[in-house]
Structures are given as C-alpha cells and as structure tokens.
Design a protein around this ligand. Sequence first.
Ligand code: PLP
Ligand code: TYF
Length: 394
Amino acid sequence: MFNALKEQPADKILMLMEMFKADDRPTKIDLGVGVYKNAEGVTPVMRAVKAAEKRILEEQETKAYTGLAGDPAYGDAMVSLVLGDAVARSNVAAVATPGGTGAVRQAFELIRMANPGARVFVSDPTWPNHLSILKYLGMEVVSYRYFDSETGGVDFGGMMADLKGLRAGDVVLLHGCCHNPTGANLNMTEWKAVIAAMTAAGAVPMIDIAYQGFGDGLEADAAAVRLVAASVPECLIAASCSKNFGIYRERTGLLMAVAQDSGLHAVTQGNLAFLNRQNYSFPPDHGARVVSTILTDDGLRADWMAELEDVRLSMLGLREQLAAELQRLSGSDRFAFLAQHRGMFSRLGCSGEQVEALRRDHGIYMVGDSRMNIAGLNKTTVPILAKAIIDSGI
Ligand code: PLP
Ligand code: TYF
C-alpha cells in the first residue's frame, strides 16, 4: 500500500527552519518561521501562562473528557476576547480546535458541508497553509489582489475590483489583523467597503485571526472582526492562541460561526461539534484551560495583557529602528512601509535571488517571498540587516 504514496511538497517555512539549524555561522539571523522571540532570541513561556499552569497542576482534579466543543469556559472567554460585545453570545456557535489551523480546517469543512459549490476567495498572497488545506479538501480557490509591491501597502483598488467577481454563497477569507505574509492591513474605511461588497454579493466572510494583540493592541486588532460580525448575516472566525499566549505547541484555537438569526445557533453548534467528532473527537484541553484560567482571573489577565503589550511594543520599536536605519543608508523613504506594517511579518519586496543572496552571503534567513519575521531581530542585528539589504542592492 505505502508504495502507492507520492512525495508531498514540503512546507517552505518549516524547511527554512531546518536550514537555519544546520547553518553553523555564529552570526546567522533567523527571520523565518513566525514564532515570537525576545531580544535574546528566546521564545519565552509568558508569566501568566506559567502561573496558570501551576494553578492547574495543583487544583485540577480530573482529566476526564470535556465535551466535543471543548470546555465551555474557554469558549466563552475566547468569544468575549475576540468579539467583545459586538454580537450576542447566543448568536455565536463555537468549538475549541487544535490551534488556529484546526479552526481554519474545520471552517473550510463546514463551508463545504453547507455549500459544496462555494468558492473561497483568498488574498494574493496568503498564508500557504490556507491554500494547501483548500487544495487538499478539493475546494475551489479564487485569489484577489492584495499586496502592492510598489508601495508595500494594500492594493485596495485591485482588491475591490476582484471582489466584484463574488457570487452569492462564495466565501471571502480575510486576515483579521497583522496580515501574514505581508504585514499590510486594511484601514477601517477599507474594511467597511469590503463588508459592503460582500453583503451586496451575498458572500460570507471568514476571518482568520492569529495575531490579536501583536498589531495595534488587543482591542484595536479585534475592531475589524467585530465590525464584520456585527454587520453581516453570517460569518466564520478562526482564532489562534498560539502567538498571543505564546502556547504554540499546546495547539489552542477556537472556531466561531456567527449568525444574526439566533434560530440557526443550535444546528450550527451541532455541526461544529459533529466535525470535531469526525476529525479528532475531543479537542486538546491543556492550552484552552490555561487561556480560560488567565482570562477569567483579574490578576493573571492584567499580567498577560502587560506582557503582551511589551511584546507588541518591542516589535514596533524594531520596525521603527529598521525603517530609520534603511532611510539613513539608502537616503530614501522607500522602506518607510516597514514602520507602517503591523504584526510579526513584513514583506520586504525583493526578488527570490536577493533572498537567496542574503542567506548565502550574510546568513540572513527570510522566507523565499521575502517575508521577514521582525521578532527575529534585536537592536544589535537591525543595523546588520539594514546594511546587508543595501549591500545586496535591494
Ligand atoms: N493563520 C495564520 C495566518 C497564521 O499565521 C497562523 C500561524 O501560525 C495560524 C493561522 C495558526 O496557527 P496555529 O495553528 O499554530 O494556532
Ligand atoms: O507563518 C508562519 O510562520 C507561522 C507558523 O506549516 C507556521 O504561521 C508556519 C508553517 C506552518 C505552520 C505554522
């Protein structure tokens, strides 16, 4: 049987991680995989996470199964973190999932179950796993223009023109904040226009939010998701706790299906639970319990928010330093977009050969499309990167 298997394409981001490990140059710089690192290059366990884990270790009395939707306290806490009071809780069906990826996967499956002919509109570019999962599920993908490589911002005219091709029942996948891989984001006026286009066509928004708190702050980063949820008849939201709680390997995510018609709640909730049962039965609990412990305790929540804010501001500081350094070395403003971008990533906008040269000649690792993880820098390596960029003729 196994001899019938074909080679599968590797994940380029994860491949880069292996290449970086194998490089023995002490000066190498890792700007590849999207994992937060502090100035010492460490991905720390957040203080509130440690405290919550300690509490769970001491107080948890059973490891018996939770429910197919996961622990309700986690669902409630996360719905509130992401959606605030934008919609009534009774209009939100939600299930815990293994990471944001699990939520994305279940969302696509729910779409396919409800409307096998649905096309999924995705930004060009988008997170590669969106495309690979959609392809695996045999779903039709339509890409819409998103990134303007001239300005480093959003090609909003192109995006709106491409959304004119929407038909009723199509799905539009949007990044809630901190677009991966570009770092370029819609402003609120643009979000309103996108919502109007989806509503006019009868298309359903699906929002992937994996970096809430990494861009403009916990509340600001959720503003677009909340506006969408409050404005449209139905939407799907896939949230990840991997980055903002720093619990990557615990696999903690939540899929939400919001309907203004609360009569749809029971059947939607039942279908989400059904999908969990088909794919893995009960979702992982440890990370979810850490999250709900933090979010429901005033002290832990405040400490988590303070540490997350430090993380956000450190990345913002690195962006500003890098943009200023490149301004100084190039004598131009052509890299100013780096300070405007939000989240962990920025697309530098150079060629594949230039990315390759940065790796070969300078030991600087970024993804082939010139996506850099800003958190891979520190105050000392920013000038090294800036000089390498200019020396490479970028
Ligand atoms: N969606 C996007 C855009 C991401 O960048 C990530 C990153 O890891 C995820 C979803 C899901 O992450 P995870 O499955 O680790 O929670
Ligand atoms: O884009 C990133 O780097 C993160 C981490 O298959 C990641 O989202 C990368 C590849 C992958 C899963 C997660």
